[in-house]
Design a protein around this ligand. Structure first.
Ligand code: GLY
Length: 343
C-alpha cells in the first residue's frame, strides 16, 4: 500500500516504521519532526500508575502496549528502565494510593504497598512521604531517544512531494493523520497543556526509579534519565491559547517535586517546556477510519502517547491490511464532520 503519514511525533513515526517493516511504501510529512508532545514527554510506560476508576478500557490498552515495550525498546536500541515507585505525601494521598493499588490488583496487575521504611530502602532520597507502592511492570523510556531511533529508520520530508503523483511512488492510497493536538475539526478533541521541567542533579541525587507522587491531591512525577537529568511533570490544563510555560506552573511543579525529592533544591534547572496533549472527550485515542475515504486517524492519545505508540502502530497497520478497528477507538464515534485531512 502507498501510505502518507502526517505527523512525525512518536505515534506517527511508530506507525510509519511498522508499515515499512510490513513492506508498505510510506512517506512521512512533518515540518518539525519530534517537536510536539513527544518532545515534552517524560516517557512513562506506566499503565498502573495511570490507572483511574472508570478507565478500565484505557488501562487494558495500556497494559497490552506496555508488554510490547521491552522488545520494542530493544529493537530500537533504546534503554528501558523497569519498575516505578508510587508514593503519597500525606494521609489523604496515601488513601488514594491504596485505592489505586486495590484497583490495580483487581485488574490483575502487580502492585505492592510499601510503608515509609520500605520505600526509603528502595529510594533513599525520598523526602516527606507517608508510604506508597512498588509497580514492577511500569517502565520508563527517553522519548527523545525513541524519536531519534525511529527517525534513523523512517525518512521524513517537511512537505509532501509536489503534484498529484507525488509521494511514495504516486498518490497515496491512504493518509494517516498523526498530528497530535493539531488535528483539525474532529468532534471531541481537546488540547490539554502540560508544562514539564528538566533538572540536572548530581549522580548521588539521581533517583533509581521513576517516582510518581500525590502531594495533597496533586500528581507530580520525577523521571530519572541515565545522563543525570530528572524530568519533573506535569501540569494539566485545558485552554485555547498556544501552550506556554507559566511561572505558576513551574512553581507548583518545583514545590511538589522538592517535597518528594529534597535534592531537587540543589538541581540546575535546564529546561522548561510546554506542549499540548491531544485529548479526547472520553480519554480514549482515535485510531482507525476517520469517516473520510482514505483518511485514517492515529491520534487523541492524551497522556499516553509514549505508552501506546507500539500498540497504535500495530493497530493502524492491521486496520490498513484487514479493516479491523479496535473496539472503543473508532474515531467515527465522534464524527459529524470530516477531519479535513486532505492527502
Ligand atoms: N504522560 C504523562 C503526562 O502526560 O503528563
Amino acid at each position: 500500500m502507498r501510505v502518507r503519514v502526517r505527523g512525525a511525533g512518536i505515534v506517527g513515526l511508530a506507525v510509519a516504521e511498522e508499515l515499512l517493516r510490513r513492506g508498505h511504501r510510506v512517506e512521512v510529512v512533518d515540518p518539525a519532526p519530534g517537536s510536539g508532545a513527544s518532545y515534552a514527554a517524560a516517557g512513562m510506560v506506566s499503565p498502573v500508575g495511570e490507572l483511574w476508576h472508570g478507565e478500565e478500557r484505557l488501562h487494558a490498552l495500556g497494559r497490552a502496549s506496555a508488554r510490547l515495550w521491552p522488545a520494542y525498546a530493544e529493537r530500537l536500541g533504546v534503554p528501558l528502565r523497569s519498575g516505578t515507585i508510587l508514593t503519597a505525601a500525606d494521609a489523604g494521598d496515601l488513601q488514594q494510593v491504596e485505592r489505586q493499588v486495590g484497583l490495580a490488583v483487581q485488574q490483575g496487575d502487580a502492585a505492592t504497598m510499601l510503608n515509609r521504611r520500605e520505600l526509603l530502602r528502595r529510594e533513599p532520597g525520598l523526602g516527606r512521604v507517608t508510604g506508597g507502592a512498588w509497580l514492577p511492570d511500569d517502565h520508563s523510556v527517553d522519548p527523545r531517544a525513541v524519536v531519534a531511533a525511529l527517525l534513523a529508520r523512517v525518512p521524513v520530508t517537511p512537505a509532501p512531494a509536489a503534484g498529484p503523483s507525488g509521494g511514495p511512488s504516486g498518490r497515496p492510497e491512504v493518509t494517516v493523520l498523526a498530528t497530535g493536538s493539531s488535528l483539525p475539526s474532529v468532534r471531541g478533541e481537546r488540547a490539554v497543556r502540560g508544562e514539564i521541567l528538566r533538572l540536572r542533579v548530581d549522580a548521588v541525587d539521581l533517583p533509581g526509579h521513576p517516582v510518581r507522587a500525590l502531594v495533597q491531591g496533586r500528581p507530580v512525577y520525577l523521571v530519572p534519565r541515565a545522563h543525570g537529568e530528572v524530568v519533573v511533570g506535569a501540569t494539566q490544563e485545558e485552554h485555547d491559547a498556544p501552550p506556554v510555560v507559566t511561572a505558576g506552573g513551574v512553581w507548583r511543579l518545583l514545590d511538589d517535586a522538592r517535597r518528594v525529592l529534597p535534592a531537587i533544591d540543589r538541581a540546575v534547572l535546564v529546561e522548561a517546556t510546554a506542549r499540548d496533549r491531544p485529548g479526547t472527550a472520553d480519554n480514549l485515542p482515535l485510531v482507525g477510519p476517520s469517516g473520510e475515504p482514505g483518511v485514517v486517524l492515529a491520534t487523541g492519545h492524551f497522556r499516553h502517547g509514549v505508552l501506546l505508540a507500539p500498540l497504535t502502530a500495530r493497530l493502524v497497520a492491521d486496520h490498513l491490511e484487514t479493516g479491523h478497528v479496535e473496539p472503543g477507538l473508532d474515531p467515527r464515534r465522534f464524527a459529524t464532520q470530516h477531519p479535513g485531512g486532505s492527502s
